[in-house]
Ligand binder design. Sequence first.
Ligand code: 5AD
Ligand code: SF4
Length: 477
Amino acid sequence: MILPDMLEAKKRTDKKSKFLYDEYKIDENMKIGKNKKYYIKTYGCQMNEHDSENLSAILEDMLYERTDDMMDADIILLNTCAIRENAHNKVFGMLGRIKHLKESKKDIIVGVCGCMAQEEVVASELKKKCKWVDIVFGTHNIHRLPNLIMEAIKNKKQEMEVFSIEGDIIENIPYKRENKYKAYVNIMYGCDKFCTYCIVPYTRGKQRSRKKEDIINEVKKLKDDGVMEITLLGQNVNAYGKDLYDDYGMENLLEDVAKTSVPRIKFVTSHPWDFTDKMIDIIAKYDNIMPFIHLPVQSGSNKILKLMGRRYTKEEYLKLFNKIKDKIKNVSITTDIIVGFPSEEESDFNETLDLVNTCKFDLAYTFIYSPRVGTPAAKLEDKSSMEEKSERLDKLNELINKYAKESNEKLKDKIVPVLIEGVSEKDNNMFMGYTDTNKLVNIKADKKYIGKIIDVKITEVKTWSLNGEVKVLEKSV
Ligand code: 5AD
Ligand code: SF4
């Protein structure tokens, strides 16, 4: 049993990460899943979704088959998120349901993995109160899933393996990608920014970049397989390469990925701190880099930004924001905002509203601050009530929605390129896709357009989505 240790997880040394090309291994005797099914529930961010694509591939290597019905599964994995308390509550709620299921189906294997497993408080709760959970493993232990399953079956007791390490780069874990036309490609892992509210540097290890050759080869292969859109993934992608190269950073990588001529490229998430002018120039220069940037601001108050350890002021953020707007034609900028950070007063919150009024974001993800055990902000005195915080969130959301709709309205009657992904979930007679500015469009189209980028005329505008119809014949794809 290896339990998480947040103090260890916090450590950063000069030790270089290792690149491991044969760390994941699957032996013949591990192929025990024939005629059995697996179900994975993923919480949280795109990084977690991508990790679940690893988990799926590993389970399929073991010959398990995927099911979307948990009741039908022989193995259930919850890939968890630790970023806020509500994600935590959802997982324990789900575990309650699974416990019932396991009472009638004793042989099912239940696993908890992902960021929550990296938290000491969670691991000890699982150990004490949920002994029936068979396997618990962390973000650094994904490649060990077959071994953990085998050990849990053999030993008939909870197997817990959570490494609290800076982390290496394991290159040979397979992926089972969910979407035929859109793919995530990890470019880096972890984070060293240590914003005071954030648990990520503790759950995902140090900031470490993949080798540029490995990334480019993966992109080329995906392009050959017909993938139309690549999302370069990392907790802080703008810091790409800093740990690995003297003279090769995110701008170089973006340019090299653009040169593979994969039709669409985007990247998440950017910290404003490392966003260089060169990056902006490269995004502006290449047509296949989408004019879409997610640039979390978190707050419009310099006092709060300082307490959050964000390393920029409101003025610096605005300077960068305006530079991006000036240089990248029709760019769409989205953001993240936290309300109710400890010691946020009405005047600080009003500054956030002012910033939103200035930036008029295309979209924003808004959150009430949630204290995370082990982070510096969790020790700060927090006087404002939950009621006050909820009121602030509502007020902020109202403003965000107004600007989201306004930015969508600019597209009314315009013709925009849309990557058609498939049939719309809400209406089987409609198709859905995203614009190059990452806006969701429901389209009157034909199934022959699925997987293609086509021109769509926007006919109707809503707050969260657009409606449109195919306008001209497909582009060269
Ligand atoms: N409480 C609330 N929101 C948080 N985020 C990160 N940590 C917390 C927290 N402790 C938000 C930030 C980040 C997004 C992914 O989640 O806005 O950008
Ligand atoms: Fe968390 Fe992002 Fe800050 Fe890293 S940069 S600590 S992931 S909010």
